[in-house]
Write a protein that binds this ligand. Structure first.
Ligand SMILES: [Zn+2]
Length: 264
C-alpha cells in the first residue's frame, strides 16, 4: 500500500472518527455515566486474498472487479471480452437495476465471467454503527444479513446463479460480521493488490499497481466508473499482463487462501 493510499485513508476514516470521539460535557449534577465507546474503537479488518500460486511457468493472477452502482466502463468490459480474459465481477442490486445491457454481455460469456455478490445497496457489511470512508455502515447484524441476502436475491431474479462469494462495499468488515457472512454460506473476497484505489488513481498509477502483481495475487478494481481516468489504466494494464503471459483465473476455478477467517 503506497503512501497516497495510506494518507487518503487516514483523512477519510480517522479524522471524522477523532472528531466524533470528542468528549461531551455532562450537565452539572447529573450522575456520572461511563464514557461512550468512541467510534474509533470499532475494529475493522480488510482481509487479504490470494489464489494458489502456479509455481513454475506463467504467473497466475485473479482479476476481480466491483460493479458498485452507476454505469459500466466499456474500456474495461470490451478489453476483457475482446481479449478473452476471465474475471470475477462483484455486482450489487443497485448496479443490476441500471445496467441490463452489460449484464447481458456478462451472461453471454459464462466461460469468461464469474458473477458474485457485492451486496444490495452498497452499504459496508459492518455490524456496528460507524462510517467507512464516510459511508454509513449497515450498523447491525440484521442489516448486514439484509445487505448480503438482498444482493443475492437480486442476482437470482436477474438470471444469475446463486453466488458463493461476497465482497462488501469498502471491503472492510468487523470480525463478527465476517463470521456472520460465513455462516450464510459465503466465502469473503479480500484482495492482495489494490488496482485502482476505488477508481480514484490516475491511469499511470493504476498501471504501476497492476505491474506489481505476482503469482497468486488477487487484484481489485472497479468496472462502474466510465468517466474516470483509472479505467484507461485498467484496460492498458490488462493488456500488459496478458503480454507478460499471465494466466488469468476466476475465484471459482482455483483454491484460495484468505486471512481473517474469510475462506476455508
Ligand atoms: Zn463497491
Amino acid at each position: 500500500m503506497n503512501r497516497f493510499l495510506l494518507t487518503s485513508a487516514f483523512l477519510v476514516t480517522v479524522a471524522p472518527m477523532a472528531l466524533a470521539a470528542q468528549p461531551t460535557q455532562q450537565p452539572a449534577g447529573w450522575p456520572e455515566l461511563p464514557p461512550k465507546a468512541p467510534a474509533s474503537n470499532v475494529k475493522l479488518v480488510e482481509p487479504h486474498l490470494h489464489v494458489n500460486r502456479a509455481g513454475k511457468g506463467a504467473p497466475r493472477i485473479a482479476l476481480t472487479f466491483d460493479a458498485c452502482m452507476g454505469k459500466t466502463d466499456p474500456r474495461i468490459l470490451s478489453t476483457l471480452v475482446d481479449q478473452h480474459i476471465p474475471a470475477t465481477i462483484f455486482v450489487t442490486a443497485r448496479w443490476l437495476r441500471t445496467n441490463p445491457d452489460s449484464l447481458a454481455v456478462f451472461l453471454a460469456h459464462p466461460d469468461l465471467f464469474e458473477l458474485e455478490n457485492h451486496g444490495q445497496n452498497h452499504i459496508p457489511a459492518v455490524d456496528v454503527p460507524t462510517k467507512v470512508y464516510g459511508i454509513p455502515a449497515a450498523g447491525s447484524p440484521q442489516a448486514v444479513a439484509q445487505e448480503v441476502k438482498g444482493g443475492a436475491d437480486a442476482m437470482i431474479t436477474a438470471g444469475i446463479q446463486q453466488p458463493h462469494w461476497f465482497r462488501g462495499a469498502t471491503a472492510k468488515y468487523t470480525p463478527t460480521a465476517i463470521m456472520e457472512i460465513r455462516g450464510m454460506g459465503y466465502r469473503i473476497a479480500g484482495y492482495s493488490v489494490n488496482g485502482d484505489s476505488g477508481s480514484l488513481l490516475p491511469a499511470k498509477m493504476v498501471e504501476k499497481q497492476y505491474a506489481s502483481a505476482k503469482d497468486g495475487d488477487v487484484i481489485i478494481s472497479h468496472i462502474n466508473q466510465p468517466t474516470h481516468a483509472a479505467g484507461e489504466g485498467v484496460a492498458a494494464s490488462i493488456l500488459a499482463l496478458k503480454a507478460k503471459g499471465v494466466q488469468f483465473v476466476r475465484l471459482q476455478d482455483i483454491p484460495e487462501k484468505g486471512d481473517d477467517g474469510t475462506t476455508n
